[in-house]
Design a protein around this ligand. Structure first.
Ligand SMILES: NC(=O)C1=CN([C@@H]2O[C@H](COP(=O)(O)OP(=O)(O)OC[C@H]3O[C@@H](n4cnc5c(N)ncnc54)[C@H](OP(=O)(O)O)[C@@H]3O)[C@@H](O)[C@H]2O)C=CC1
Ligand SMILES: Nc1c(N[C@@H]2O[C@H](COP(=O)(O)O)[C@@H](O)[C@H]2O)[nH]c(=O)[nH]c1=O
Length: 381
């Protein structure tokens, strides 16, 4: 398949063909039902890359283990173990395929987890803790940095003395003005993360789902019943009141793992799998009074879809007059847009940022520079 980013599209294919290799592109040179299935498999395998490239957050998987009566712990908070050994071994593999594993403060306080991939010398994911209060134990397995590092993300100004203690143990602390899953995922996207495994409890899981940053779910269901009116469940309050609002998983798979059942599926369509024209019962058009089928209206979003050339990210140069009326060429609308956040700001940092955006190699890079500068130095915008 072709690369999802327009400016990289075709490069690898061209390079291979230039070397005399025969390359067939799924869905272009080769078409058939079988090929369509293969193309879909290709999309699924590349889900993290596609998500990262088009949604500008890492691909996030929410994983949890629950009893048959939908509990992720007993009323006391005790949770080890719900799923069987084979299931937990599979979790080590999932961790090993992720760039980071993330939990909420309460899971750290309650479980003192290690969050390592005990799979024999393979890749170890970074460990991330999300906590507003920073009210965490002084001693915890996650502060043992001998095998792998931990990053704690928290609210700006939270418990400065505890931040110092963490720093003395080598734990990185990142402060956010607004600590929510989307901001945190955008930050880790900008740091280069591709895929994140969420192993938190229901409180943070609900917040992450509501923020739209969870793409896939892995639910291990153990044939056990624990009961308990107040025993926690995998997803906290989503503000839904009718079953018709429930989120339906897509491409659901069922797999038996020892005595457990692993149910997995996508929580939102992969960007390339989104239908270009929304179906009639979908109501998410920008203006609810406008039908998505109205012929005068052109819908565009991703650069590689029909009309994608109208997107800010389309890598087409534009010419715009500067403050003196002289014509200046910008590599894309996104370059122009990002630079104009800083263009008349009387500060050398802002001027430097404009120059960096101007010479960014792609619209995505221009957006990355603009957005991270805006986040780091909000006073410049
Ligand atoms: N069976 C399983 O698969 C799992 C079971 N568990 C069990 O679940 C229980 C803990 O569940 P739960 O309390 O939901 O734990 P979470 O892991 O969801 O932690 C919740 C905490 O996350 C922090 N947080 C930071 N930002 C946010 C935000 N934007 N929204 C929500 N929370 C945020 C807060 O920490 P702070 O208070 O520090 O500010 C909050 O109290 C334990 O009993 C544990 O054993 C946990 C994980 C998996
Ligand atoms: N209880 C439970 C899970 N709990 C998750 O695993 C974490 C513990 O990881 P570690 O300390 O590395 O073994 C814990 O904090 C929570 O996120 N996972 C599962 O696959 N099955 C289970 O039954």
């Amino acid at each position: 398949m072709r690369h999802p980013l327009q400016h990289l599209r075709g490069n690898a294919v061209r390079a291979l063909r230039n070397q005399g290799l025969h390359v067939d592109l799924l869905g272009e040179d080769l078409t058939s039902n079988l090929i369509e299935d293969a193309q879909k498999e290709c999309l699924l395998v590349n889900a993290p890359l596609i998500c990262r490239a088009s949604l500008r957050v890492p691909f996030s998987v929410l994983k949890y283990a629950m009893t048959l009566d939908g509990k992720i712990a007993a009323t006391t908070g005790h949770a080890s173990w719900i799923s069987c050994k084979q299931s937990r071994n599979l979790v080590f593999e999932l961790r090993g395929r992720s760039d980071a594993v993330i939990v909420g403060g309460n899971t750290v306080r309650r479980d003192n987890p290690r969050l390592t991939a005990r799979h024999g010398g393979g890749h170890m994911p970074m460990r991330i803790v999300m906590t507003q209060t920073l009210d965490l134990p002084e001693e915890a397995n996650l502060w043992d940095m001998s095998e792998v590092s931990t990053i704690v993300v928290t609210q700006r100004g939270a418990r400065r003395s505890f931040q110092k203690l963490l720093a003395s143990k080598g734990v990185e602390v990142v402060e956010f003005d607004i600590l929510n899953p989307r901001e945190v995922m955008e930050y880790f996207h900008d740091c280069g993360y591709l895929s994140i495994l969420w192993e938190c409890g229901g409180t943070l899981a609900a917040s992450a789902i509501s923020s739209g940053v969870i793409h896939k779910v892995y639910a291990f269901v153990a044939p056990k019943i624990i009961g308990g009116k107040n025993a926690p469940s995998p997803v906290g309050d989503l503000g839904m009141v009718a079953m018709s609002q429930a989120l339906n998983l897509i491409d659901v798979c069922y797999e038996q793992v020892g005595p457990d059942m692993l149910i997995s599926g996508f929580l939102q369509p992969l960007p390339d799998m989104v239908p270009v024209i929304p179906s009639l019962n979908e109501t998410f058009v920008v203006d609810p009074t406008v039908s998505p089928y109205e012929s005068r209206i052109i819908f565009f979003y991703k650069t590689w879809d029909p009309y994608g050339v109208l997107s800010n990210y389309s890598p087409h140069p534009i010419q715009m007059p500067d403050e003196n009326g002289d014509c200046v060429t910008w590599m894309s609308v996104e370059h122009y847009y990002q630079a104009h956040k800083f263009i008349r700001v009387d500060d050398p940092l802002a001027q430097d940022c404009v120059e960096r955006i101007k010479s960014a190699i792609s619209p995505e890079e221009a957006a990355r520079i603009g957005r991270s500068m805006q986040k780091q130095k909000p006073y410049l915008v």
